[in-house]
Design a protein around this ligand. Structure first.
Ligand code: CTP
Length: 465
C-alpha cells in the first residue's frame, strides 16, 4: 500500500482504500480484491503505481468505466476516480462524471461498503465514515447510505446483494432498507440472469443458505427467478389432515446438508429435491396428502431451472437431476427385509454419487422428534454397511454390463434392432437381481438362452446346419 501512497502523494492526489476490502479487513475476512478510489484520474494512478511495483501484471484499462486494474502477487488492485454518478460496476450504461470523495461514497450500496481510509506513504491515514458504516459493521447491520429507493433504483441488483451480504456475514438488513427492497422488488426484472445467478450462488455457498432464501421470499424477489421454490410454500389442511410446509422443510434440508458439505451442486440438489411436490400433490381419502412421483417430476424440472438461471448444463446438472430422481430410493433400503438386489440396483443407478445421495437423504430427516431422527440416522448407518458389503462382493458401482450390443449382434449375426436391446437389458436385470453372477461366462450363456427364446441362433450353428 505504501507504494500507492507514495505515488499518489507525488501526483498530488488523494487515494483511498474503499469498498469490500475495507469491510472484509475489519471483519477479519480474507480478501484479495482491493478497490482504490482516488480523487483524480484512476487510470493514470494505476499506470504510475504499476511502474513502481517490482512485480506488476501491467495495467488493464476499462476506458468505458474509467477504471484500471493491475495484479501484483496474489492481489488484484482496481483503481477508480471518484465519480458523481452511481457506482455500478460494469453496468451497461456507465456514466462517468467526476466527483468528490463524498459524491462517490454517497452512491455506493451500503454503509458498510462506503467506508474509506486514506492511503499515505507512511501507511494508512484518516478514516472516512460518512454514514456510520463502522457502527453498522459493529452491530452487523445492512443499511443504504441514502434513501433505499434511490440506492436500489441506481442498481436493482443491490437488493440481492443486501440479502447475499446478510446471509454471508450473518448480518441483519435494517427495516427501512428491507422495506425499500420490498417496494422495489419488481425492478429486479431489468437485471441480467448472470448477475442474479452469481449472487444466488454466493447465497448457496454460505454457511446457512436458508437465511438468504427466507429473505428472498419475504422481499418478494424469489418468484422472479425461482418460482418453483416459492411454490413449495404453504401447508394445506383437509379433513383435519395437514402436510408440512415444503418450503421450510426444503430450507432445513439445505442447511443440514450445508453443515456436511460445501459442494455447491449437492446443495442445489437439496434445494430442488422436493421441487416436484406441488405438481404431484393429491389428497386421497385413505392416505391423506400424497406426492406420488414427485421425485420423477422434480428431476424433469431441473434442466428447465438450470437453463433459465444459466447454470452449467453439463455434468453438474446431470448430477442434480440424478440426485433428485433417486432421493427416495435409499429410504426403502432402511427396511429390515431389503434384498441384495435392491442394494445392487441403487449402486448401479447412483454410481459414484452414492455417498452424496446418502448425505442428501440424511439431511432430509427433519422431524421435530429427536428420537425419530436418531433412529432414522442409525438406519442409514446400516444402509451404508449393506452397501459396503454388496459392493465388495458384486462390484456394481460404475459397473458396465459384461455383454455389449456389438457382441450380441456378432453372436447372432443380426443388425441393430429391438431384440439387441431386449437381450442386453435382460442380462443386466438378471445380474442386478442376482439370478446369475456378475461374470462374463454366465452372462454369455444367458445371452444365448435369451436370444434363442427370441427365435435367434448363434451364427456358428446356423453355418454348420
Ligand atoms: N458497489 C456498489 N453497488 C454495486 C456493486 C458494488 O455500490 N452494485 C460498490 C460497493 O462499495 C462495493 C464495491 O463497489 O463494496 C466493490 O464491489 P464488488 O467488488 O462487486 O463487491 P464487494 O463489496 O467487494 O464484495 P464481494 O467481493 O463479496 O462481492
Amino acid at each position: 500500500m505504501q507504494v500507492v501512497g507514495k505515488v499518489s502523494e507525488k501526483m498530488g492526489i488523494d487515494a483511498y482504500l474503499v469498498g469490500g476490502y475495507v469491510r472484509d479487513k475489519l471483519l477479519n475476512r480474507p480478501s484479495k480484491d482491493i478497490d482504490i478510489l482516488c480523487v483524480g484520474n484512476g487510470i493514470e494512478l494505476a499506470e504510475n503505481v504499476c511502474r513502481e511495483f517490482k512485480r506488476c501484471s501491467g495495467v488493464t484499462v476499462f476506458k468505458k468505466f474509467g477504471t484500471a486494474m493491475l495484479k501484483t502477487g496474489d492481489f488484484e488492485l482496481e483503481f477508480v476516480g471518484a465519480r458523481k454518478e452511481s457506482y455500478v460496476r460494469h453496468s451497461r450504461k456507465p456514466k462517468v462524471e467526476k466527483g468528490s470523495l463524498r459524491d462517490d461514497l454517497l452512491r455506493r450500496d451500503f454503509t458498510i461498503n462506503a467506508l474509506a481510509v486514506k492511503i499515505e506513504e507512511k501507511g494508512l491515514g484518516e478514516w472516512v465514515d460518512l454514514f456510520g458504516g463502522l457502527e453498522d459493521l459493529k452491530h452487523g447491520w445492512i443499511r443504504t447510505p441514502v434513501d433505499p429507493a434511490e440506492t436500489f433504483s441506481d442498481d436493482p441488483l443491490r437488493m440481492l446483494r443486501a440479502i447475499r451480504f446478510a446471509t454471508q456475514l450473518e448480518f441483519e438488513i435494517r427495516d427501512e432498507t428491507f422495506l425499500g427492497i420490498q417496494a422495489s422488488s419488481e425492478r429486479i426484472k431489468i437485471i441480467s440472469t448472470e448477475r442474479i445467478t452469481a449472487e444466488l450462488q454466493k447465497i448457496m455457498a454460505s454457511d446457512q443458505p436458508s437465511r438468504g432464501f427466507i429473505l428472498l421470499d419475504k422481499s418478494h424477489l424469489l418468484p422472479h427467478f425461482l418460482p418453483e421454490i416459492s411454490a413449495l410454500k404453504g401447508a394445506e389442511k383437509k379433513d383435519g389432515i395437514g402436510h408440512k410446509d415444503n418450503f421450510y422443510h426444503t430450507l432445513e434440508v439445505l442447511d443440514r446438508l450445508a453443515e456436511k458439505s460445501d459442494d455447491i451442486w449437492l446443495r442445489w440438489a437439496a434445494l430442488l429435491h422436493d421441487v416436484g411436490k406441488p405438481k404431484t400433490k393429491r389428497f386421497e381419502k385413505d392416505h391423506g396428502w400424497t406426492f406420488h412421483g414427485h421425485e420423477v417430476v422434480g428431476a424433469r424440472m431441473v434442466p428447465r431451472i438450470f437453463r433459465r438461471l444459466k447454470l452449467p448444463t453439463g455434468k453438474e446438472m446431470k448430477f442434480v437431476e440424478k440426485l433428485v430422481a433417486l432421493h427416495l430410493r435409499p429410504i426403502s433400503l432402511t427396511k429390515e427385509e431389503t434384498s441384495d438386489s435392491a442394494v445392487r440396483r441403487l449402486l448401479f443407478d447412483a454410481g459414484d454419487h452414492i455417498e452424496d445421495l446418502l448425505l442428501l437423504c440424511e439431511a432430509d430427516i427433519t422431524s421435530k422428534n429427536k428420537e425419530k431422527v436418531k433412529r432414522f440416522l442409525e438406519n442409514y448407518i446400516r444402509v451404508r454397511q449393506r452397501i459396503k458389503e454388496v459392493e465388495e462382493r458384486d462390484r456394481i458401482r460404475n459397473w458396465q454390463p459384461p455383454i455389449t450390443g456389438d457382441l450380441i449382434m456378432e453372436t447372432f449375426g443380426i443388425k441393430p434392432s429391438e431384440k439387441v436391446g431386449m437381450i442386453k437389458e435382460s442380462i443386466k436385470e438378471a445380474i442386478l437381481d442376482g439370478e446369475i453372477p456378475n461374470d462374463k461366462k454366465a452372462a454369455f450363456e444367458l445371452m444365448i438362452e435369451r436370444g434363442k427364446a427370441l427365435g435367434l441362433e448363434p451364427v456358428d450353428r446356423v453355418n454348420k446346419s
